[in-house]
Design a protein around this ligand. Structure first.
Ligand SMILES: [Zn+2]
Length: 317
């Protein structure tokens, strides 16, 4: 993406009041937005008793209190503010505020994970099927781009309002058809079956984790899976114990245990999704020099732009 191609705009800092509900951009297709709202409502209805799975979930999410619908929603709301559609043309929707932005740890960005492992062709595809977007944390990627260039970026929402990208914590999540495709559903019957809601929620928690981290861990980037892994050569693993794959798996485990509407068959499929996520957590791995390392917990402290000074010289916080 080249900056000269981007629209320059005057950012009016009508400090966006942070509501505690996830906002849907009006470009998100109605049925998709409705499903995501239903997922949130379904989460609200789940009851979590005190058991070992929930205690572990509490640990990886960093909760001080209990795991319940309220604490899980609060965790999500701190990390996801806006949902946009895959149909949004990002090149045309990114606005650059004229001025200079200051960021913490300005020279420190995550290093791409290097590996000589050749990417294994994906086994799931039925003969050259096109990759489809399920969900991605676009806000974290754009924040990184802004930080690299020491500018302030905003996303022009479909309704025309700019959404300033001052921190990955004010998360912008992009969703695509893949999130709803029948072939990916746990229960193919209806899009909004509780088991399908749980699998979408788990994906949302995974993506929400990409709103965390700072400096070298900004966005909790994935690592390249090693040679002997089913996703060998693909950036589909984590070298930490509290990253997106752990979060997605752990939250899914808790949701499944709390799901009274899920059948045994659905629970088995959901548990297989959980196991797949867990298999992507590299507890032991080798560094480039061949030294064996053990994964640990990363700090979830997020980053935020420090200040922005407009070209006219007016300082804005
Ligand atoms: Zn991810």
């Amino acid at each position: 993406m080249r900056f000269k191609d981007l629209v320059v705009f005057t950012l009016l800092f009508a400090v966006t009041a942070q509501s505690n509900a996830i906002e849907m951009d009006s470009g998100v297709p109605g049925l998709q937005a409705e499903s995501l709202r239903k997922d949130q409502k379904y989460l609200d209805r789940l009851f979590f008793d005190k058991n070992e799975t929930h205690a572990k979930t509490k640990g990886v999410l960093g909760f001080s209190g209990a795991v319940n619908a309220e604490s899980l929603q609060a965790w999500l709301n701190e990390r996801v503010a806006l949902v946009i559609s895959e149909s949004m043309d990002l090149e045309k929707s990114i606005l650059v505020a004229p001025g200079k932005a200051r960021y913490p740890e300005p020279k420190v960005l995550p290093k791409p994970d290097r590996s000589n492992v050749k990417p294994k062709p994906s086994s799931g595809g039925q003969g050259g099927s096109e990759p489809v977007l399920v969900m991605s944390n676009t806000g974290a990627a754009l924040y990184m781009l802004a930080k690299q260039n020491q500018v302030l970026l905003a996303l022009k929402q479909t309704n025309g309002k700019p959404f300033p990208l001052v921190s990955p914590r004010e998360g912008v999540i992009q969703i695509g058809k893949g999130l709803f495709l029948e072939k990916f559903r746990v229960n193919p019957e209806t899009q909004d079956h509780p088991a399908n809601s749980l699998s979408r929620l788990s994906t949302l928690f995974h993506e929400a984790r990409h709103s965390d981290g700072h400096g070298a861990t900004l966005g909790f980037p994935h690592a390249i899976c090693p040679e002997d892994h089913s996703y060998a050569g693909h950036p589909a693993c984590d070298k930490n114990l509290n990253g997106p794959y752990t979060i997605g798996a752990q939250v899914l485990g808790s949701l499944v245990e709390a799901c009274a509407d899920c059948s045994t068959k659905e629970k088995t499929i959901l548990k297989a999704i959980e196991a797949d996520s867990r298999s992507r957590v590299l507890k032991v791995f080798k560094d480039p020099s061949g030294k064996t390392l053990h994964a640990g917990m990363w700090s979830d402290r997020p980053e935020r732009m420090i200040s922005f000074v407009r070209d006219s010289g007016h300082g804005l916080e």
